[in-house]
Write a protein that binds this ligand. Structure first.
Ligand SMILES: [Zn+2]
Length: 446
């Protein structure tokens, strides 16, 4: 049995490492050299012209905002550990368990009651920190105009969703732990992956509309162009939606969501209000890339493997930690729901260490979607404009290692440079002259 389990872990680790290695390779290969570019267009100079449109002050602000985010990763992690330690060390956790046990004799109901207390308590205690991170800091940097009442409303909605799905997940996973105390990590991770897929599946229809209004985009040539791009790329969508993201943020975004034969193209109102038509096309092309390249399924597969390994780590580390502290914290065994804060803390240790791996998986898929978008809509300057807009909140030109560790999307410089290399290699001199006359990119003499 144990040998089988070890073999399974080794096999999964091998799959994860090889997939990460191939993604790393994809990443290294997707920083193209403009040496291959044709003589009629200088991709490096065009990239520099785009970067020069950003003032030093805007650049400094975006760098400070994004680099501050690196520290938030650390503080979030440490705050979570501190909270878990307080719940266990001061025996809040065992008290919540005993309280639940007094209310009902059903084990699953005790788990549910514990989970409800846990989610409410951790949300309330974390609220000041969450407010700094998601409300005060966002407003300081001009990333949001949301009022406090509206922000708190969103937090309350988020808590209700967590209470429903988090409690269901806790009941299901603890049922597995108690039934299969030796191999629970394997079956428990299957349950966790099931919940992940369920969440992705219901999110566009049931979760996103909780926070934002979605409505069809008014008729326009741009809308017809987007629908024709959808048909050209085999995306079954006959409507384009806009949503009121400006309620929460000034950031631009869009997504094409849906699984198993359905698709919804959604553009946020910041994009519709601030972007040029070629920029909207470039962004939509990128999002269509995620859909056509099955990034939803691939992401579930890649993260699924990491979840299985993470659960194996949790199971192993839980035993080690409770051997030393279990008595002091009043924990009985792994099936004791009072150990939930410890399981969550252990998974957060794993997630923290794997931050560069998670980021590299998503960043590689983002680079693929960029390439797909360029080929599909042929709007290199639209793509460059979008990268410039996104650089309002994402550091434009990080170091290579910095990008691998912290970036879940390619940096602005990388995206603009790739778009300009694409332009050099896929447009003739005549194409470029006609295209530039229409779109007037920076650095072009009119
Ligand atoms: Zn993307």
């Amino acid at each position: 049995m144990i040998r089988g389990v070890i073999l399974a872990i080794v096999a999964l680790a091998f799959i994860a490492l090889t997939s990460v290695a191939s993604l790393q390779f994809a990443c290294a290969a997707d920083t193209p050299s403009s040496e291959a570019a044709s003589g009629h267009f200088d991709a490096d100079a065009a990239t520099a012209a785009y970067l020069a449109t950003m003032t030093p002050a805007a650049r400094a602000r975006s760098d400070a905002y994004f680099e501050g985010g690196y520290w938030l990763v650390l503080w979030d992690f440490l705050f979570g550990l501190l909270l878990a330690w307080a719940l266990l060390g001061w025996r809040f956790s065992t008290r919540m368990r005993d309280f639940a046990a007094r209310l009902t004799r059903f084990r699953w109901a005790q788990t549910a009651l514990y989970a409800i207390q846990y989610f409410i308590l951790t949300t309330v205690v974390s609220l000041p920190w969450a407010a700094y991170e998601g409300y005060i800091r966002e407003r300081q940097y001009g990333m949001s105009n949301q009022g406090l009442g509206s922000w708190l409303g969103d937090q309350a909605k988020g808590l209700v969703i967590t209470l429903i799905f988090g409690t269901l997940a806790a009941v299901a996973i603890y049922a597995v732990i108690r039934k299969l105390p030796k191999t629970w990590w394997l079956w428990g991770s299957a349950v966790a992956i099931g919940f992940l897929i369920f969440q992705i599946a219901i999110s566009p229809t049931y979760l996103e509309p909780v926070f934002n209004k979605f409505y069809p985009v008014a008729e326009s040539p741009l809308k017809q162009r987007i629908l024709s791009l959808a048909r050209a790329n085999g995306i079954p969508a006959d409507q384009v939606y806009e949503f009121d993201a400006s309620k929460q943020t000034t950031k631009m975004s869009a997504h094409v969501s849906g699984m198993a034969g359905s698709a919804q193209i959604s553009l946020n109102d910041n994009l519709m209000n601030r972007a040029s038509p070629e920029e909207v096309e470039a962004v939509v092309g990128h999002e269509m890339g995620h859909y056509v390249l099955n990034h939803g399924y691939k992401g579930v597969l890649a993260f699924g493997v990491l979840i299985v390994i993470g659960f194996a780590f949790m199971s192993w580390a839980f035993q080690r930690v409770t051997l030393k502290f279990g008595g002091r914290w009043g924990l009985r065994d792994v099936g004791d729901v009072a150990g939930l804060p410890l399981l969550v803390a252990l998974f957060s240790v794993y997630g923290f260490v794997l931050t560069p791996v998670f980021n590299t998986i998503t960043r590689s898929m983002e680079a693929e979607a960029d390439a797909f978008g360029l080929n599909a809509v042929r709007q290199p300057d639209g793509a460059a404009q979008a990268a410039l807009h996104l650089a309002e909140y994402r550091k434009m030109q990080p170091g290579a290692l910095e990008e691998i560790i912290f970036f879940d999307h390619p940096s602005g410089w990388n995206r603009i440079h790739r778009a300009m290399v694409w332009k050099a290699e896929n447009f003739s001199a005549a194409d470029i002259a006609a295209y530039d006359a229409l779109h007037r990119p920076p650095g072009v003499n009119k």
